[in-house]
Write a protein that binds this ligand. Structure first.
Ligand code: SAM
Length: 272
């Protein structure tokens, strides 16, 4: 996909804009709010899922920059700019950190270029994560990321938008083959509770966008095949390393999670 010909269609809901709405953002249209309100009404935990997910991503970025030497990130399916974007968290701890944001949504490109390309260490690339060669070969990726050094590849709330027949594991495998050992892979993913809430949520997403797959912890683990999954494994996102320096939005990790919060998982893996 090239940047030319990208146009924003305000008559069709977009995953990026509905998610922005759930997070309390303003970059959305009536059509997105309408679907967002269906989620809020029929799936009262959607907002909790969105926040638990975003909070885990922020903690993961903080963990990576404060506990490893990795200073370059590829954020796949990055979404619209919101509070605490990946480069802001990373550069807060390590100003030299570089981030390539990747998204298929034209609005992310427009707003992202305005808000995320804050300095010469951040870029926003319009590409389809299902075509990883396009991301890898994009001039901005080539310019910003040194593939001879470890990279953090962030799959935050993106692989559940890749249906089974599109082979999400192959996307992770592709990136595993591109980065050197010592690289990190963060995944957050809709987590199947094998319960009515899961079935209903999956139904609404498939109906609206034709994508949205709730996977079990074992299925999510298998997406990370060949990588070492670090402690505490694939767990509900709110339970993923709750006690880190970047724990700003999260619970204290001790209270009982709601059934909804259990529908989003997170995990961090390392290439040996
Ligand atoms: N990563 C952010 C986070 O975790 O807060 C945003 C997640 S949002 C739920 C999913 C994002 O993935 C949306 O911005 C959507 O446009 C993007 N997306 C969906 N399918 C995609 C694809 N095939 N290629 C690139 N981006 C995609």
């Amino acid at each position: 996909m090239t940047d030319e010909g990208l146009s924003i269609d305000p008559t069709k809901p977009s995953i990026a804009r509905v998610y922005d709405y759930l997070l309390g953002g303003k970059d959305n249209y009536a059509v997105d709010r309408e679907i967002g309100d269906v989620f809020k009404r029929d799936l009262p935990g959607s907002v909790a899922i969105a926040f638990a997910n975003r909070a885990a991503l922020i903690r993961a970025v903080g963990e990576i920059v404060t506990t490893t030497d990795v200073r370059q990130f590829i954020d796949l399916g990055s979404g619209l700019p919101t509070a605490d974007n990946v480069h802001q968290v990373a550069q807060r701890h390590a100003p030299e950190s570089r981030v390539v944001y990747v998204d298929i949504d034209p609005q992310v490109l427009v707003h992202g270029r305005a808000l995320l390309e804050e300095n010469d260490r951040t870029r926003v690339v319009a590409a389809d994560v299902r075509k990883p060669d396009d991301v890898r070969g994009h001039p901005d990726t080539v310019e910003l990321i040194d593939f001879d050094r470890p990279v953090a590849v962030m799959f935050s709330a993106i692989l559940h938008h890749v249906n089974d027949e599109e082979d999400p594991a192959a996307i992770v495998r592709y990136w595993r083959g591109q980065v050197p050992s010592g690289s990190y892979f963060f995944v957050s993913h809709f987590r199947s509770g094998n319960n009515p809430e899961t079935v209903e949520a999956e139904g609404i997403l498939q109906q609206t966008f034709g994508r949205g797959r709730w996977r079990t912890d074992a299925e999510i683990e298998s997406l990370l095949d060949g990588l070492e999954i670090l402690d505490p494994g694939i767990v509900p996102a709110s339970l993923w390393r709750p006690d880190t320096v970047d724990n700003r939005w999260n619970n204290d990790g001790e209270r009982e999670l709601t059934v909804w919060e259990r529908l989003i998982a997170a995990g961090l893996a390392r290439k040996a």
